[in-house]
Design a protein around this ligand. Structure first.
Ligand SMILES: NC(=O)c1ccc[n+]([C@@H]2O[C@H](COP(=O)([O-])OP(=O)(O)OC[C@H]3O[C@@H](n4cnc5c(N)ncnc54)[C@H](O)[C@@H]3O)[C@@H](O)[C@H]2O)c1
Length: 318
């Protein structure tokens, strides 16, 4: 297939492109580089079946040649990024999703949207099933991301209902692995970076809030299975193993051999208190569940960050 991937130079997009090219597909990556990096996709730069175009998908564009599948991943995704670019985030979720859907419609291509567990907001139901409608503050600082994804889901369903487009929606929960940005503010790279530098690990609130972390290869496998499915309604993809942020900080300290202390800072506004996917739908429909354990996934991620350029890092703190 000839597959268009928006957000191809991002963390998840680059791993997905690796997988699609390895499977024999031709991939056209689109990225504005607002949060992505060319290094993420450098391994594919000279591949005859891969092409990377600099394009903001919220702006008009033409893409010549037939398209079989559109995978729409473009969006700032870390709180630090979308709080810095709230309008661009809303434009990408709305105008960008519309343009990617129109591209799919042009060729009657299939379409997949990467949505997010943030659609559930600070959830009142736990764990979160796809049928839960969410508890989102529509005017809080995080709303630029949460609401743009909720709008993107609604738009995707409208294209399916009105035009009969074959669409899929993945609701992705916290995913981690190599190629995350060290300084994007997400808890996995933040703790690893702080531990490797010997800096204090910063926990927001008292650390009792929970998260569930999915390794990126598991997520990519889930996305590929969803692409092949006929499911039109959202499907949760994430790892149901839940832990508190405090426990997670301790795990990172242990695994890096760091003696960094843990310090506590004020909880940001609207920070979800708990997060765990109910993945029974993905298990049932896709035969999918995460395979990579937290220890194994963290080992590979820590290894990546040990070798990633880090100007002020002077060696192992242990
Ligand atoms: N990583 C996670 O834990 C997670 C969780 C839930 C959902 N998601 C979703 O998965 C997708 C990928 O996330 P990620 O973690 O790889 O983030 P990322 O920031 O690493 O990648 C996003 C990519 O999209 C590009 N982009 C943003 N706006 C664009 C635009 N208007 N036009 C073209 N390119 C644009 C960025 O430059 C970047 O390369 C996002 O849609 C995100 O919302 C990720």
């Amino acid at each position: 297939m000839r597959i268009v991937v928006s957000g191809a130079a991002g963390f998840i997009g680059s791993h997905l492109c690796d997988r699609l090219v390895a499977e024999g597909h031709t991939v056209v990556g689109l990225d504005s580089f607002i949060t992505g990096r060319r290094e993420n996709i450098a391994q594919l730069a000279d591949h005859p079946r891969f092409q990377l175009l600099q394009q903001d998908v919220s702006q008009p564009f033409e893409l010549p040649g037939p398209v079989d599948y559109v995978l729409h991943l473009a969006s700032p995704a870390s709180p630090k990024d979308y709080l810095e670019h709230p309008i661009a985030t809303l434009d990408t979720g709305s105008l960008g999703t519309r343009r990617m859907l129109e591209l799919a419609l042009r060729d009657r291509a299939r379409f997949l949207l990467t949505s997010t567990s943030e659609c559930y907001g600070d959830p009142l139901e736990h764990p979160q099933k796809e049928t839960y409608w969410g508890n989102v503050n529509p005017v809080g600082p995080r709303s630029c991301y949460d609401e743009s994804k909720r709008f993107a889901e609604a738009l995707t369903m409208a294209y399916h209902r009105v035009h009969g487009l074959e669409t899929n929606i993945a609701r992705i929960f916290n995913t981690y692995g190599p190629r995350m940005q060290l300084d994007d503010g997400r808890v996995v790279p933040a703790f690893i970076d702080q531990a490797l530098r010997g800096d204090p690990l910063t926990v927001y609130g008292n650390g009792s809030q929970t998260r569930s972390f999915c390794y990126v290869s598991d997520l990519v496998e889930g996305l590929c299975r969803l692409m092949d499915s006929g499911e039109r309604y959202p499907v949760n993809l994430g790892n149901p193993r839940e832990m508190t942020i405090r426990e997670f900080a301790e795990q990172i300290r242990r695994m890096t051999g760091s003696r960094s202390p843990v310090i506590f800072r004020e909880l940001p506004e609207d920070d979800p208190r708990q997060r765990r996917p109910d993945i029974s739908k993905a298990r049932r429909l896709l035969g999918w569940e995460p395979k990579v354990g937290l220890e194994e996934g963290l080992r590979m991620t820590i290894e990546y960050f040990r070798n990633a350029p880090r100007p002020a890092y002077t060696g192992s703190p242990s």
